[in-house]
Design a protein around this ligand. Structure first.
Ligand code: AHR
Length: 640
């Protein structure tokens, strides 16, 4: 996927690319274009929801990602045969064996468990099980961790059970807590573990051990670090902060392919993702690993609430990835009802059936909801059933909730959707060439949601070339945001450990301890932070190759936002002329993201190689500005 710098330049030279109104020809010198901005002459409204987030369980986005749980395969459901990600833990002369036991579990949802048979153990030689989390268990100094597990013992009772956090390299127990005794009934036990003066590291494991022979069954073994806003069962702080800095307006949830599942039986059945964790059966994700469903529907909604985003709720519409579909008509009725129930869970008052369930789950107040998406990428359904499936959902939801706007995942004839969801996964060259994609689209049809888009260059996260193409693409979205009401890059997150990622590139990368934003992440944050309320009339003459721009304004704030993307290897100078304003403030704020090459990028080891740099510059009704090679710049220009 990654194209060489020279190859890209070669391709670029052959393209006639420019922002609207520009006449870009290879023969025109790179320097010396004129950008005329007509302040106070809006040509279109900017959608306040233009920039948002798309999310799904892919690349260990939730488990091993933003969902802060540290224990992997905590409920022993990832494989029906083996306790994957668990090992027997024997200290000294302790001896034990373990297996999955399908005859007992703490709930009907978790009907199986881990059976630990301890042949030999005493106070000095304990035996038990251990887990290394998602590529390590990250521990920090002087921090409290919340541990818990369900357990029962064979007749007679047993105890104590010790939960220890052990350094992989030294064997040092860096934190421990103990439960005095178990009974022969399933019960949840909770402990708190405190670390001391340790080095931050993921090279740790969790061990649960007993100090006498016997049989112990375990389920839902959990360990949480402090979470964002201290929410129980909550999210990882660094990733939430990174997302917050993007100022996202919405979260498209729960997928993506994750909504559909591989087969009909694997569909995202939201009812199995709510309530106490012990009542969530977990389910296979289409991205080749099992989902704990700790990030369930309510957690998605609380994530939205925490970051002041509105949910864009995708409901399963009867199509799964292996080209299986539910026939429209009576076969589909239960899925339509599930969608209606789901919407009620989100927006119903506590007096409604599903609103009451949400209240019982801990959130009496309804959530805001404007958009409901019916399915995902149904253009893959070659049976042609989507039109009728869409109509069935559309009619039922419209009747029950006329205020909601309904999104189709591909054009349909049977009904007129409010919005169509378009997806674009492209090379940089393709992105540069298509920044005018929506310029001529009819304004009388459905609005557009660009629900997934990305320049697919760079791995695991986009490089500078991709960021430039992404930014160029965003100038086109922004210019057309009277039509394009929402857009979201995908995928959003990836755990960068070997074997964790299924799809590249992804906007934000992390391991158990560290995280970083890609150059594209920063470009998006810059655009989103400086959105404006109206697109301003503007013309560019003699803009050089690979120069893209967008101008918006916020009249109430008396600010113009000029975004310029110079994707060429040469600096480019523009004469910027602003008319329609009584005056222009002499100092403009500048945020600049730039790289030396298209391949340059950020990583865990070098997270800040390409980050926005803020400064200020002289501005006037007419002024010159030089845009460095490979740069994305946002200028905030005050005017009267
Ligand atoms: O973003 C990755 C995948 O791409 C999504 O799950 C799917 O909707 C699309 O095909």
């Amino acid at each position: 996927m990654v194209r060489s710098f020279h190859a890209l330049l070669g391709m670029a030279a052959g393209l006639l690319l420019a922002a609207p109104g520009a006449i870009a020809q290879p023969s025109v010198p790179a320097n010396g274009g004129t950008l005329q901005i007509h302040a106070g002459k809006p040509v279109a409204k900017v959608s306040p929801t233009l920039y948002g987030l798309m999310t799904e369980e892919i690349n260990h986005s939730y488990d091993g990602g933003i969902y802060a749980e540290l224990v992997r395969n905590r409920a022993f459901q990832d494989s029906p045969r083996h306790p994957v990600d668990w090992v027997v833990w024997e200290h000294g002369d302790g001896q034990a064996s373990m297996q999955i036991d399908h005859s007992t579990g703490p709930s009907s949802a978790l009907a199986s468990s881990l059976k630990l048979t301890v042949q030999k153990a005493d106070a000095n030689d304990a035996a038990g099980i251990a887990n290394s989390g998602y590529w390590g268990i990250p521990l920090r100094a002087n921090t409290e961790y919340s541990g818990s597990f369900y357990a029962k013992v064979s007749d007679g009772g047993s105890g104590p059970v010790e939960m220890r956090l052990v350094n992989d390299d030294t064997g040092e127990v860096v934190a421990k807590a103990s439960v005095p005794a178990l009974t022969n009934e399933w019960k949840q036990y909770k402990v708190r573990l405190h670390t001391g003066q340790i080095q931050t590291s993921a090279r740790n494991h969790l061990a649960l051990s007993v100090s006498q022979p016997g049989t112990v069954w375990f389920s839902l073994v959990s360990l949480f670090p402090p979470t964002y806003k201290n929410t129980p069962n909550g999210n990882r702080i660094d990733l939430m902060e990174k997302l917050d800095a993007m100022h996202p307006a919405f979260l498209r949830l729960p997928g993506g392919n994750y909504l559909e599942g591989n087969h009909l039986a694997d569909w995202y059945n939201w009812k199995k993702t709510i309530g106490p964790l012990v009542d969530r059966p977990t389910h296979p994700s289409p991205w080749n690993y099992h989902s704990s469903d700790g990030m369930g529907l309510l957690e998605f909604l609380e994530w939205c609430e925490d970051l002041h985003m509105q949910p864009v709720l995708a409901v399963y519409a009867g199509y799964s990835l292996q080209h299986e579909h539910v026939n429209p008509g009576s076969d589909l009725n239960s899925y339509v009802q599930s969608a209606l129930d789901e919407i009620e869970y989100v927006i119903g008052g506590p007096q409604t059936k599903w609103g009451a369930v949400r209240a019982k789950d801990g959130h009496p107040a309804p959530f805001p909801l404007t958009y409901v998406e019916i399915g995902n990428e149904d253009w893959f359904d070659t049976s042609g059933s989507y039109d009728a499936r869409f109509a069935q959902f559309f009619d039922a939801i419209r009747k029950a909730y006329p205020q909601l706007k309904l999104i189709a995942t591909t054009p349909v004839k049977s009904r007129t959707p409010d919005v169509i969801d378009d997806h674009f996964y492209r090379t940089a060259q393709e992105m540069f060439a298509d920044t005018h994609h929506y310029d001529k689209t009819s304004r009388t049809g459905p609005k557009i949601f660009v629900g997934e888009w990305a320049t697919r260059e760079g791995s695991p996260t986009p490089n500078m070339g991709a960021a430039l193409a992404d930014a160029a693409w965003m100038t086109g979205l922004e210019r057309n945001s009277d039509l394009v009401v929402m857009s979201s890059y995908a995928p959003l997150l990836t755990n960068v450990n070997p074997g964790a990622m299924q799809w590249a590139p992804d906007l934000i990368g992390y391991d158990a301890v560290r995280s970083y934003g890609s150059p594209s992440y920063y470009a998006q944050a810059m655009f989103s932070k400086n959105l404006g309320t109206e697109v301003v009339d503007s013309t560019l003459q003699n803009g050089g190759p690979l120069l893209f721009y967008s101008v918006t304004e916020d009249k109430a704030k008396h600010e113009l936002y000029l975004k310029v993307v110079n994707a060429s290897s040469e600096q480019q100078r523009l004469q910027i002329q602003i008319d329609g304003a009584a005056g222009v403030k002499a100092n403009a704020a500048v945020e600049l993201l730039s790289g030396h090459t298209m391949e340059e990028t950020n990583s865990l080891e070098n997270p800040s190689r390409i980050v926005p740099v803020t400064s200020s510059t002289h501005a006037a009704k007419s002024f010159q500005r030089t845009f460095p090679p490979y740069s994305v710049e946002v200028m905030t220009i005050g005017f009267e």
